[in-house]
Ligand binder design. Structure first.
Ligand code: ADP
Ligand code: MG
Length: 616
């Protein structure tokens, strides 16, 4: 007897499902692709429990007649290709004839469908790939597929499903990817009976882009377009100031198919040419069109990867399209606080040097309000050391004592990260260097302070102290600002809301994925709050909540402090510099900004004297 056997169809479908159906989001992707291929203009996605209990996709596409409906859940049954030649000029999203049988083999499956030539619809019920019942059903033209209890018969797969939130995040991400590529189709997503997304068909594709990403970032997205002999590129890329910590928000479509392709992503980064900070990724929606014959989409079962004949040329076209856009994008924005004030040198350079951490937040700088005004808010709590019943001379002595003194009081030393009292109130401010560093004279030498790092530290500690005393002064926003988020972002923000409120950043759910910002901590209330909130969500999305809520909120505070503080390249008056020193004095840690960068660097007189060969 032969040992080699042809596998029964149900088993081979289950094996195929292993590749095609990784998680609920993969089912959603395949079903959406089918609805799109069927020419639908409206697709409704109903999910229960992150897709474990139910995935229901209803469309108003072509539908199927009775025979086609039965065939559609057979392996290798497709209406999309018929011969070899078709395989190499595929215009539809599907073509492998694998998705429906694979999905049906690992779920309790139901399909109701009717095409325009049939008077009644067909209803097919299948369990684990076995047809249980076929009946007639009254239904409009189109198709409704229900996938219940996904992986009920493959426990190993079921075990790998993550939390409802995570699976829902993947589903929402999948739908965003599909919806961005098909603005001409309306999409609605409902989870556990709650409408989460409703994207009506968009005449202008940019309306879809802003519906998916949120209205807030419209002004930070720039259109790009380039046609060459080899390919055409059209889409939107973000300003270098609007970046994310992963490549997840880069949506790449080749001939309408959403793909992941590191090479083409690289072409996009190349087009930014040094405008991106290391480790940051732009937001982009890019449509690339190439001749169908040059594209091989039959590379991977999930069709997320493709191959091109003229890959290099497509790469170059994409890169050139991005690069070409900069002249236009850069031009209206070529200004920074310092260059406006006519200070040449570093400040001007900073405006175009996006690799600096500060200039990457250029959009905040541009809307900078005069320091004086902001300082007034930030400094409402200056208490001079003398008011704390400490005489300056005492405290100076404590810090500027002899080496021997320091040895006796090691815990007071600057090196351990905690302040030595009155050091900062005692130093003389000499001036500002390149609008970035404050040069000071200390009793035994020269000290330079990084103004941004110092102010960040001050604000961070002020925010933290106030929250501990539970008296964060907050400014109610006269008109609450609203913010639109994606599904994942919503889940993150919802967790942060109570903690952020303690710091005076009050945010209220406004239905679905929309939130209203009610108030902001005093020190940042005159800044743009939305970019701050987006950055907080991005950061926490990155690091997760595993370190505990307190550490998580610390990270939020760090970002708040960063947004509220003065920037490098900003001219300060003598009074402002003095006030900064006085406030620094009150900090617990005067060594590092909350990100860990040093606040000050010192040069003892002896070192200077050595440099000038006064001593050897
Ligand atoms: P493929 O999409 O690769 O052809 P599928 O298994 O996904 O394979 O679908 C099989 C066939 O069923 C499709 O070729 C199509 O003819 C039909 N079909 C599937 N879903 C729909 C739908 N929503 N509307 C109309 N026809 C559909
Ligand atoms: Mg398909």
């Amino acid at each position: 007897m032969s040992r080699i056997k042809i596998l029964p169809e149900i088993l081979s479908n289950k094996i195929a499902a292993g590749e095609v159906v990784e998680r609920p989001a993969s089912v959603v992707k395949e079903l959406l692709e089918n609805s799109i291929d069927a020419g639908s203009t409206r697709i409704i996605i109903d999910i229960e429990n992150g897709g474990r209990s139910l995935i229901r996709i209803s469309d108003n596409g072509s539908g199927m007649n009775h025979d086609d409906a039965l065939l559609s859940i057979e392996r290798y049954a497709t209406s999309k290709i018929h011969n070899d030649t078709d395989l190499f000029s595929i215009r539809t999203l599907g073509f492998r004839g694998e998705a429906l049988p694979s999905i049906a083999s690992v779920s309790r499956f139901s399909m109701i469908t009717r095409d325009r030539d049939s008077e009644t619809g067909t209803h097919i019920l299948a369990d684990g790939g076995r047809i249980r019942n076929v009946s007639e059903a009254g239904t409009p033209i189109g198709t409704m597929i229900e996938v219940k209890q996904l992986f009920f018969n493959t426990p190993a797969r079921r075990k790998f499903l993550k939390s409802t939130n995570t699976e829902m995040g993947h589903i929402a991400e999948t739908i965003s990817g599909v919806a961005l590529g098909r603005p001409e189709i309306g999409f609605q997503l409902v989870h556990n009976g709650k409408k989460i997304k409703n994207w009506p068909l968009a005449k202008d594709p940019f309306d879809r882009v802003s519906a998916v990403f949120g209205q807030d970032i419209r002004s930070d997205l720039h259109e790009i377009e380039l046609k060459t002999e080899d390919a055409s590129v059209f889409g939107w890329i973000s300003s270098p100031s609007l970046t994310r910590s992963s490549s997840q928000k880069i949506y790449l479509y080749v001939n309408g198919r959403f793909i992941r392709d590191r090479g083409l992503q690289h072409a996009l980064f190349e087009g930014y040419r040094g405008r991106l900070m290391k480790g940051r990724f732009p937001v982009a929606v890019l449509f690339i069109q190439v001749p169908y014959e040059q594209l091989d989409v039959n590379v991977h079962p999930t069709k997320h990867e493709v191959r091109f004949t003229g890959y290099r040329k497509v790469y170059e076209t994409l890169k050139a399209s991005v690069f070409k856009a900069w002249d236009r994008i850069d031009h209206p924005k070529k200004r920074s606080y310092a260059s406006e004030k006519g200070v040449p040198g570093r400040a001007t350079k900073a405006a175009s040097n996006f690799s600096s951490d500060l200039s990457s937040k250029k959009h905040y700088e541009e809307k900078e309000i005069p320091f004086q005004q902001r300082y007034h808010k930030a400094s409402f709590e200056i208490i001079r050391p003398s008011e704390k019943n400490e005489t300056i001379s005492e405290t100076i002595h404590e810090y500027h004592g002899t080496e021997k003194d320091k040895a006796i009081k090691p815990h007071k030393s600057e090196e351990n990260g905690f302040k030595s009292k009155s050091f900062f109130t005692s130093i003389n401010v000499i001036g500002q260097l390149h609008n970035t560093y404050i040069i000071c004279e200390s009793e035994n030498g020269m000290v330079m302070i990084d103004q941004h790092a110092a102010h960040e530290r001050i604000l961070f500690e002020q925010l933290k102290k106030k929250s501990l005393r539970n008296s964060s002064p907050a400014q109610k926003l006269l008109i609450p600002e609203t913010i639109d988020l994606g599904y994942k972002e919503t889940a993150i923000l919802e967790k942060l809301i109570p903690g952020l409120a303690e710091f005076g950043l009050e945010i209220e759910p406004f239905g679905g994925c929309t939130f209203a910002i009610k108030s902001a901590p005093d020190i940042i209330s005159d800044r743009e709050i939305k970019p701050l909130i987006l950055e907080i969500i991005d950061k926490i999305g990155d690091i997760g909540f595993s370190e505990g809520i307190e550490r998580t909120l610390d990270n939020c505070l760090i970002l708040m402090a960063c947004h509220g503080s003065i920037r490098a390249g900003q001219a300060l008056s003598e009074r402002e510099m003095r006030a900064l020193m006085d406030q620094l004095e009150l900090c617990e840690n005067t060594q590092h900004c909350p990100h860990g960068r040093p606040i000050k660097a010192s040069w003892p007189l002896a070192a200077l004297e050595k440099k000038f060969k006064r001593i050897v």
